[in-house]
Design a protein around this ligand. Sequence first.
Ligand SMILES: [Zn+2]
Length: 366
Amino acid sequence: MISIADIINFLETKAPLALQESYDNAGLVCGNRMLACSGAIAALDLTEQVLEEAIDKKFNLVIVHHPPIFKPLKSLEPRDAITRLLLKAIKHDIAVYAIHTNLDNVVWGVNGEIARRVGLQKACVLAPMQHTHQKLAVFVPVDHAEKLSNALFEAGAGSIGHYSECSFTSEGNGSFKPMKGSQPFIGAEGMREKVVEAKIEVIFPVHLQPKILAVMHENHPYEVVAYDILPLENKFSSFGGGIVGELKEPMQVDEFLSLLKLRFQTGTIRHNTVPGKSIQKVAFCGGSGKQLINNALASKVDAFVTSDLTYHDFFLPEGKMLLADIGHFESEQFTSDLLVEILNEKFPTFAVLKTAHKTNPVNYFL
Ligand SMILES: [Zn+2]
């Protein structure tokens, strides 16, 4: 039996809630995570049609990209569409789960999928986040260092980019005096003890801190463990907004816009003019990405593709890069496919379907 909690735990291991933006509200919106999961529908938005689809298929989980509750609700009176939908979901025992900016901020997520669909090469995060990692320095008797390091690696510490099991160990002399009430692993009450200790330094993602500390305590012989946790200013390339990479071949602007139109099936593309520009280095941000225009300019890309741009945004590049708005839904449409793909891979016998409905509220009159 696969529970709703199993699905949620898997998704949050892949895209931890700690990576969501401060304004966001990703996570379980309604429903009981302890129930067995009878199947899931993946969609960008919670709409009446998506909910009906789950009811028809007798699925009790809807996974959406956009959190239905964004501002706190003050009542559950069915006065607006979202409250009515949530009440309907609750009435039918359907859980609603949102995976939003936490999926934007992992390199394989919303933007990684765009890069894959467009065939971007050397893709990496456009605006890496800060404060995603901490460093643990822990002091341990030398003959226990190997066991502790292994346990920390196993728990997820020591991964940097494409490298795992990264650490630094140095040796020195530790001292302590066990006092009344102590039960020292080494030494005796009232006597200062000196021990040759190893200092193990490893980094880990902030969201793993409780797990890392639990594992450290479990695998350390001392009654009281001496350790430091240090915040890091480093920016790691696996977490952050947008994605930047290169097209296989340079393209003319019209050619590139045609490629976007084809890949994203857009009704229209709004863009600035960049006379004579050849397009090869490009950045994407699925959804509203105007906050990354300056990052794209600083990365010296030939084109930045996103959505929800306003009139004045198109003046910002000053001819240095093509700025294109392909539509919010269009830019994020592959997200549902991505969710279905990773869930199918992890839970091969579990029924998860992409919604059959296009939830885009925007139409184009051509
Ligand atoms: Zn969005």
